[in-house]
Design a protein around this ligand. Sequence first.
Ligand code: SAM
Length: 341
Amino acid sequence: MSLPVRQRKTMPESGPLVDPFNRVHTYLRVSVTDRCNYRCVYCLPAEGVAFMRRDRLLTYEEIARLVRIFASMGIERVRLTGGEPTVRKDLVALVEQLGQIGLKDLSMTTNGHLFAPHAEALAKAGLTRVNVSLDTLDAEKFERITRGGSLERVLAGIDAARAHGITPIKINCVVVRDENEDELERMVEAFGAHAKDTQVRFIEKMPFGAESQRFVPSQSLRERLAERFTLEPVDRLAGVGPATTFRIAETGLVVGFISPMSEHFCHHCNRLRLQADGELRTCLSRDDTPSLRDLMRRGDSDEALEQAIRRMVWGKVAGHEAHLDGDAFTAFEGVMTTIGG
Ligand code: SAM
């Protein structure tokens, strides 16, 4: 798979946030905590996870300050993630602060377990859209994959998002061999009834941590669905996301395939990840930038932070190195809950 080639020699000190490969960054994921109330088998070990010390986490004020600086450099869309964002206390207060920045889009990725009671307040605070992780519609299997999660609560979370207009809702399903491949048709059928405001995306499992096998390529999922449904390709809108999308002709449901392993989307990567401890991760597979938290806490000005961010983005690599090499994987460093999925 080819990676982008270098196109620029000097770092611009103003204007859009650009890297040497001429990728303009308009999208920021903000991890608000690395803690999670689930222990999904492909994401975290069952026990013994070391979480960040609380004083190392960015405060809400620090997050809002950084997002304002990012917005002044052209970041238009922000997605809150984690860990599980809803486990951090008083998340609505953060959404309120970010809601006032004037972003085009303020969304969240959540496992949905704690979402329903907060849906109304989050909608009022300015949350526009939500992605909910849901790998199966079988309650027992759900409990097994998430190690103790409740399908009922997650479905209630999805209903609450819909009721309060936090739409479109994207259902993210990570496909794991011998675990939930047989759920595809069921998911497509179940969400077909909500095709107006819901999409389903099947995600290739990435090789993090102990669970580095049991990967299923998107292509085989597409073929499997095509045996049962009519898949009409939907044009991929530039910069809108990494999914290759199809419309299920029978119901109108839009289904996406996200293929970080089999179909690199590094060429179009316009995203940055701010970890809960203030480290900026410019590529999913790399973690080599200094902490913006430390720069803020030592008293750096907004201008100094802007230039520091520009230098970090200028250091972004062409693409991630986790790849399929025959049947072998090169694993990513770190875990998703720290990086911010
Ligand atoms: N707790 C939130 C949630 O469940 O959506 C947000 C964080 S979670 C790390 C973000 C997304 O990353 C989820 O959709 C999860 O399924 C996905 N994820 C975690 N580990 C993954 C892996 N090894 N490969 C692909 N996706 C993964």
